[in-house]
Each structure stands twice: as structure tokens, then as C-alpha cells.
Design a protein around this ligand. Structure first.
Ligand code: SAM
Length: 276
């Protein structure tokens, strides 16, 4: 698995170039796209195509050659193979057949963006591309609303406005975010701003909707313990009006993420208090 640059050709590692020169065959996502890069580095190895539309069929030919002891490199159009790019079924099959898979690491837009985002980088969640339709996109974002890790999205330039709009309405307009555009290229731009301000800038300046984009959004803030406990009590009180103690405590634990046994004790106390 050989990573190629995401823009700046100087990011191609010496090991990647040497490997691509030495292997018997290069499987490329788009042979026409990769040819100029390979020519630039004097790589003359034969190419075949392995893209999302022929992945299953092409894979069998590649596996047969690998089992004849040929060495084959997989590259995608840019960055690291398998990261929102083809290759997963092939790698899985290699493992199943005991064929060695070797990473030749290099650029990946997600890691590149997180390294400059100024957002917490100790834990992050790579979400890749959001669904195209608004309903599916909003549903995915709803599911991420309380996620505490920094969120990393690959974004298409013609959907960035819609995505930012949905993110601002679901995550909240003030959630810190970063738009990383054209990384390692001539027009590399980083805009760090809350979601509403980022949306305004993208709407005002068509340039910010051009090229390749990674969007990063800060994770949800942890509610203060006192605030969380107060919310759990409020939910418990409502449920206790309709349900037995055990069921009210179980449901409250599911809704709030609180500890069931502690909520059960609290529910017993609430039920026995004179106001309830
Ligand atoms: N495998 C690649 C990687 O490792 O980053 C990603 C491939 S995915 C099909 C392409 C998406 O990656 C783009 O739509 C964009 O979201 C992101 N991307 C790739 N190159 C980029 C760059 N130079 N600047 C910003 N985003 C980039």
C-alpha cells in the first residue's frame, strides 16, 4: 500500500518511489491520473486499473499474480490507499490468503489537516464523506452531535455550504471548526472559526468553495457534572410520574449515560419524598 502526495510532489517519499520502481506491477485507481506523477519520478513499472467500479474483478487477477510471488503496489489518485479510496477488499483477502501486506506511509489529507487544526488531536473520529442527500446527511450528523472527539470530514467543494449549514444547525452555530483547503498546494488555506462564521465566509467568498477540502469540527463539550446530574433528576422525576422505580431508573440511565444503580437509589429517594 503506497501513499502518494496529496498535492505537493515533494511529499513523495524516497521509499515510495523506490518501491514503485521495484515492484512487478502497480495497481492504480486511475492510470491516466497517476501516469504524469509516475513519469515525473522516472517510474516505468506497468500499470493496471483498480477502482471502485472494477475492484472485485480486478482483485482476482491481482491475487493470482501475488500468489505467483509477484509483487504489486496499490496506489490511489492521492494520499493513502483505503482512506476513502479503493483497496479494502483486496487487503482483507490478502490477509485471508496469508499474503504479506506492507505499508509505505506518506500523506493523508485527514492527518495533514488534524496536524494544523488547533483542535484537540488526542482523540479524533474520521468520518470520511458525508452522505449526499440532505436527509441522510442530517441523520448522520445527529448521530454525531454528542460525540466528544474532534470530527474529521472529507468534503466535496460543491456540497461544503450545505454541509456547513447542516452542521451549524445540528451541532450549534458556535462549535469551533476548521476548513482546510488545498493542503500542500499553491492555494493552501486554513480558516479556523465557529461554524456560523465559517459558513458566512464560505458563502461570501466563492474561492473557499474551490479545490479539495477537509472539514474539522470540535467535539461536543462535556456538560458540567452538576448540570448533568440536574438533567438526570429532571428526567427521573418525569418518568417516575408514569413508571415504576426500576424502569424509570433504567430509562434515565439510557438517556443520560448515568449509572443505573445510583439513579435507582435516587429514584427510590424521590418516590419516598413527601412531594412525590
Ligand atoms: N486517500 C486520500 C487521503 O489519504 O487523504 C483521500 C481520498 S478522497 C477520495 C479525496 C478527498 O480527500 C477530497 O475530496 C478531500 O476531501 C480530501 N483531500 C485530498 N487531498 C486534499 C488536499 N490537498 N487538501 C484538502 N483535502 C484533500
Amino acid at each position: 500500500m503506497v501513499a502518494t502526495p496529496i498535492g505537493n510532489r515533494d511529499d513523495f517519499s524516497v521509499r515510495a518511489v523506490n518501491t514503485l520502481k521495484q515492484v512487478d506491477l502497480i495497481a492504480a485507481e486511475d492510470t491516466r491520473h497517476s501516469r504524469p506523477l509516475l513519469q515525473h519520478f522516472g517510474i516505468k513499472t506497468p500499470l493496471i486499473a483498480l477502482h471502485e467500479h472494477n475492484e472485485r474483478e480486478a482483485m482476482h487477477g491481482i491475487l493470482a499474480r501475488l500468489q505467483e510471488q509477484q509483487s504489486i503496489a496499490l496506489i490511489s489518485d492521492a494520499g493513502t490507499p483505503l482512506i476513502s479510496d479503493p483497496g479494502f477488499p483486496l487487503v482483507r483477502e490478502c490477509h485471508q490468503r496469508g499474503i504479506r501486506v506492507c505499508p509505505i506511509p506518506g500523506a493523508s489529507a485527514a492527518i495533514c489537516a488534524i496536524s494544523v487544526a488547533g483542535l484537540p488531536s488526542d482523540r479524533f473520529l474520521f468520518e470520511g464523506f458525508l452522505p449526499r442527500t440532505q436527509a441522510a446527511r442530517r441523520e448522520r450528523l445527529q448521530g454525531l452531535k454528542h460525540e466528544r472527539c474532534t470530527l474529521v470530514f472529507y468534503e466535496s467543494n460543491h456540497r461544503v455550504r450545505e454541509s456547513l449549514h447542516d452542521m451549524a444547525s445540528i451541532f450549534g452555530t458556535g462549535r469551533p471548526a476548521l476548513l482546510a483547503r488545498e493542503l500542500t498546494k499553491l492555494h493552501e488555506t486554513l480558516i479556523s472559526a465557529p461554524l456560523d462564521a465559517l459558513l458566512q465566509q464560505v458563502e461570501a467568498d466563492p474561492m473557499q468553495r474551490k479545490g479539495e477540502i477537509v472539514l474539522l469540527v470540535a467535539g461536543a463539550e462535556k456538560k458540567a457534572d452538576a448540570e448533568q446530574a440536574a438533567e438526570a433528576t429532571r428526567i427521573l422525576e418525569i418518568l417516575l410520574k408514569e413508571l415504576p422505580v426500576k424502569q424509570a431508573a433504567t430509562l434515565t440511565a439510557q438517556i443520560t449515560g448515568g449509572k443505573k444503580n445510583l439513579l435507582y437509589q435516587e429514584a427510590l429517594a424521590l418516590r419516598s419524598s413527601p412531594e412525590n
